[in-house]
Design a protein around this ligand. Sequence first.
Ligand SMILES: Nc1ncnc2c1ncn2[C@@H]1O[C@H](COP(=O)(O)OP(=O)(O)OP(=O)(O)O)[C@@H](O)[C@H]1O
Length: 476
Amino acid sequence: GESGAGKTESTKLIMQYLAAVNKSPSNLITEQILEASPLLESFGNAKTVRNNNSSRFGKYLEIHFKDGVITGAKTTDYLLEKSRIVTQASDERNYHVFYELLVGLTETEKEKYGLQSAEKYFYLNQGGSYLIEAKDDSEDFRSLLSAMQVLGFTSEEQDTIFRILAAVLHIGNVYFHRKQMKHGQEGVEIGSDAEIRWASHLLQLSVEGILRALTTKTTDTTKDSVITPLNIDQALDARDAVAKALYSTLFSWLVQRVNQIVYKEKKQTSIAILDIFGFENFRENSFEQLCINYANETFQMFFNKHVFKLEQQEYAKEKIEWQAISYPDNQPVINLISKKPVGIFPLLDDESNFPKATDVSFLEKCHYNHALSELYSRPRMSSMEFGVQHYAGQVWYSVDGFLDKNRDTFRADVMDLLISSKISMIASMFLDLRKTKEAAKTINKSNGRFVTMKPRTPTVAARFHDSLHSLLETMV
Ligand SMILES: Nc1ncnc2c1ncn2[C@@H]1O[C@H](COP(=O)(O)OP(=O)(O)OP(=O)(O)O)[C@@H](O)[C@H]1O
């Protein structure tokens, strides 16, 4: 279904149905599984121009049964849209939870986190949209609190969650001035340190540590550490990277925490529901839309294969009288996006592993390799775009930021800073993240053209591609 078609609503109806036919309707686990849904919706859904409650992540929910009784569940999440945490298009909102928090907390609680109204925050006011018709954010905040209670979140956990959300908003309001450094280098200084002090207080990190992370970059060499000043664009990127890291790590923590509570035993009889972000075509489309639309193409093909192709083969085998139904084959567009070595994703991965590559060099490679494809279009003007003819229509993608988004690098010095938090939940969240990143590192070989000897974390596109394909295997 395209964005707004009704996948999330259907998911909720299916879950309510399963809970109702469950032979032991009074069990706590069923209630907890149902309550996880509004919790993850608060943190992972947002208003877009297509849908007031658009899923900005994919969710695969396995519900386990034994003798007709629900015994547990497991959620797997896919690719939360990180860019929304720091920027929103006109008439769109950031994730629901921010607005719910700001209208739901009492004045005293807001003072505790240093919070004001949504219009005051750069990360919330870019889209110019604060309220959603037919959505009561303060009512939804109460539902969120009750979901946390049913799921057994402790008051410390709840407080840390609010601290992280408030810190993200404070960090977003940090601004910089240009500053001339020694040796003629361009550096920055902070406009006002009030927001840094709030972030330091909320996250229990040193003020100096945060200042250093936002204005300089520390690189470890074999001998010692080199500190270089950031220019204004780099400082703004560093600020946004910290905010994205905080929010997305919190989101992963929430999914894990819910699983810890409701995931009881390994493999059992199960029914699984997949609810993903639907096909999108906005005025401006970026890397996130390419990933989302690639996922939709993949599921479209999976559906065609199982509903039309294999089913009709079965009829033919059984000699059932049948009038063949034809269906469009979207394998060519899947190949255009993901087939090695010159599909759009493999080209993007190559460029992402090449330090000197830019969004422009990536675009040139796409234009060169797909010049003859009917499914691929170059822009008439010299804009930084390419077009893909999807099963649901043609989409133009702007390549600005593709390489950075795909690399998704997390500065080691910033990771160290967050691990140094005196709040153990925050420290352990980032310690776990560091472990996961270390475990995923590989030595990349890029088409034999060059070899990077430094172990690397797989790119976002590569991880997303692999996780989608292992999901399809599970579904078969
Ligand atoms: N069965 C339904 N009954 C009532 N309203 C519905 C139903 N299905 C969808 N809607 C309306 O359409 C809106 C969008 O539906 P939903 O969020 O389920 O779309 P989606 O396919 O999950 O979109 P996305 O891909 O953006 O996440 C809902 O917020 C609701 O207003």
